[in-house]
Design a protein around this ligand. Structure first.
Ligand SMILES: NC(=O)c1ccc[n+]([C@@H]2O[C@H](COP(=O)([O-])OP(=O)(O)OC[C@H]3O[C@@H](n4cnc5c(N)ncnc54)[C@H](OP(=O)(O)O)[C@@H]3O)[C@@H](O)[C@H]2O)c1
Length: 333
């Protein structure tokens, strides 16, 4: 049995408290050894709950000798800097989505990680849920005929003022927060080499961040993808695959509790069937995969290819929304 991957955490973040650090406790081969935060009391509370050491400076955490890997749960605008510093300090890095705020920084960071022979993985746990494999199986069984169209949506009700998602200086905005999930789902089902055909982002003039948006993409195989996302919506996160002979709808596609069996609805010729997908601990699966990669196992490059393709499309959505012109016929490499 290999030794545990000793994880240091940057930022006493909501996602770390509610999901990733409890998941680390459930994941064999991973242990949290230190947590760094700016506020002493808050960091102490965090560290105590997870039986870790409290550190009051992110840089200090990177100097510790009991850290093999770093989990970065900072605001988006800080991912690039701290992931670079962590990789340069010889640590493997699991960084919250989005890996960085733009394609150029993502390319740079991945190159840094490769040069330092460190694992660098973007934490998109929703994609690790096995319900998506069950959907792929239903499609492969011919349940919907040939896939013609994919649509995905992710919306949440308004957040408290001051949330990092409403801060343009911290890389806020709905595209990087929620739109990214719809994009990753589209890449998975409509094909990884999607080209953007058009996009809309509605920006709040008071904060300067995008609050809702939509994108239209198309694959070279003739499948189109319609995505919509927003911060002022009734909570919903789902997708539909619409084929020549039927459709499959997934209603809970992003953060599924570990003990919940997501519902898939398969419709064909006017009849609908409910399929209960298996429960899956998506956060723990992701951490286990990350730990495996640090031990030289797993598909590190494949994950980075997906991260790069999505970063490029996110940039394209921003450009198209700003200029009103989507780059026609531009394909992903
Ligand atoms: N919450 C979710 O459900 C969720 C889900 C998936 C992914 N994510 C990703 O996880 C990351 C964190 O999201 P979150 O919702 O967990 O955010 P959050 O609760 O606001 O946590 C961000 C942390 O970053 C640190 N920080 C450093 N500089 C900061 C600044 N200038 N302003 C505010 N915080 C600062 C703070 O930790 P210290 O004060 O301790 O230093 C803070 O606790 C984001 O990249 C997000 O996309 C979140």
């Amino acid at each position: 049995m290999s030794a545990d991957v000793r994880l240091g955490v940057l930022g006493c973040a909501d996602i770390a408290w509610r999901r990733m650090l409890p998941a680390a406790e459930r994941t064999p081969g991973v242990c949290v050894t230190a947590v760094a935060g700016r506020d002493q009391r808050r960091t102490a509370r965090f560290a105590e709950r997870f039986s870790a050491a409290a550190v009051h400076d992110y840089g200090e955490l990177l100097q510790r000798s009991d850290i093999d890997a770093v989990y970065i749960a900072l605001p988006n605008s800080l991912h690039h800097e701290w992931a670079c510093r962590a990789v340069q300090s010889g640590r493997h890095v699991l960084v919250e989505k989005p890996m960085t705020c733009c394609y150029r920084h993502t390319v740079e960071l991945i190159a840094q990680a490769r040069a330092n022979r460190r694992v660098l993985m973007e934490n998109v746990t929703a994609q690790r849920h096995t319900q998506h494999e069950e959907v792929e199986l239903l499609v492969a069984e011919g349940r919907i005929g040939t896939l013609r169209s994919f649509s995905a949506h992710f919306g949440i009700p308004p957040l408290p003022a001051g949330n990092i998602r409403y801060r343009s200086d911290l890389g806020g905005g709905v595209l990087l927060d929620l739109g990214i999930y719809t994009l990753r789902a589209a890449m998975r089902f409509a094909g990884p080499r999607l080209a953007l055909r058009g996009a809309v982002l509605r920006t709040d003039p008071a904060t300067g961040v995008d609050m809702s948006g939509a994108a239209l993409l198309a694959s070279s195989e003739g499948v189109d993808a319609h995505l919509s996302f927003g911060f002022d919506h009734d909570y919903a996160c789902g997708y539909t695959l619409w084929g020549s002979q039927g459709s499959i709808r997934a209603e809970r596609a992003v953060s599924v509790p570990a003990d919940t069996r997501p519902v898939l609805t398969v419709s064909r010729k006017g009849e609908s069937e409910t399929v209960l997908a298996a429960a899956c601990d998506q956060d723990s699966v992701t951490l286990a995969e990350f730990a495996d990669q640090t031990r030289g196992r797993g598909a590190a490059a494949a994950h980075q290819v997906a991260t790069l393709r999505s970063a490029r499309l996110l940039d394209a959505v921003r450009t198209a929304a700003r200029t009103g012109a989507a780059p026609l016929h531009r394909r992903q490499p």
